[in-house]
Design a protein around this ligand. Sequence first.
Ligand code: NAD
Ligand code: DAU
Length: 342
Amino acid sequence: MKNILVTGGAGFIGSTFVRRAIARHPDYKIVVLDKLTYAGNLDNLLPVKDAPQYAFERGDIADRATVRRVLETHEIDAIVNFAAESHVDRSVLDPHAFINTNSVGVYTLLDTARELGVQRFHQVSTDEVYGSIDEGHFREGDPLEPNSPYSASKASGDLMARAYYVTYGMHTTVTRGSNTFGPYQYPEKVIPFFVTEALDDRPLPLYGDGMQVRDWLYVDDHSDAIDTVLHKGAPGEIFNVGGESERHNIDVTRFLLQTLGKPESLIRYVEDRPGHDRRYALTNDKIRAELGWEPAHSFEDAMTETVRWYQQNDWWWRKIKTGEYLEYYKRQYAARLAETEK
Ligand code: NAD
Ligand code: DAU
């Protein structure tokens, strides 16, 4: 592998992967293909913009002509696909773009890669494809029972990668990562949303009873797991990537507030997300045993570092929290928060 195409590389996890890959693999050319949707942000790639082995192409993974041109121009050997519509709440409001990118887009990438003989394809999937689990931990062979339009569209891409391995013998791999946090995350996801709202002493809308459980994974660990699977994963293999840090939402919220020195009175219990999955939990047994990967960061240390990053980098998030963001905020939260004032 020499020329790697990172689709969705201007987003949160994709840009982390790009920054780390450029430092770690100086002999690789890293090409980013990104549509620059509301979530794509070239500020995330500022640290590497002048690196000689980096190139950026703007385009849609569901557009075959664009994908073919980029694969041919840069003589791509491997694709790592981060490109996605990634926010569950937005998929509840309008699933359309989720089907286009997460289903049709993955098919388009896979099929164009097959046509041009690209050696490797890695699909970045999610623990949400398994659905919710009250007790125990999901394993890679468990059935997929996605519950939101987001997770159903992600399951489609995940299974299409498998089908291209079984049917055409392509070297595809899949990782199913858990809830990821860290710097450069779009402030609609709960961690950067709550931290940036709390910094401005604004209310934190916690869905339902706040007792849902997520398994928190630091973004550098997630990125390194993907790098490991890209290099060492056998064709057709699927790997869970968990943070091994399950927490109730209310406890995470309290931890953020304590770290910021803000009062718990900012918390508002609001109307729940429709179809809200109660608990996500994965076992890392397979990736630990077969590839030797394990999370390197503790929840407390990485979360504290993350909070500090948002405190120190308000240049990054304040310009996002304007325009379309405020429209979305109003649609998602205005009525919910107004209910708590009655
Ligand atoms: P993100 O929303 O921050 O970034 C997505 C990126 O994809 C953006 O840069 C966006 O512009 C780009 N994009 C969207 N549609 C595109 C299209 N049609 N063509 C080209 N580019 C397009 O997402 P993220 O949180 O970094 O997630 C990256 C991947 O990891 C996604 O596939 C997501 O499903 C998966 N994942 C995320 C998490 C998490 O907690 N954030 C956990 C597990 C898996
Ligand atoms: O599990 C992996 C998934 O994690 C990824 O595939 C998704 O791309 C990513 O967005 C994330 O999905 P979640 O729905 O779990 O993340 P989110 O940050 O939206 O919410 C985390 C939890 O916090 C969830 O139980 C809902 C709750 N929440 C979220 C928001 C935005 C609230 O209580 N209030 C909020 O305002």
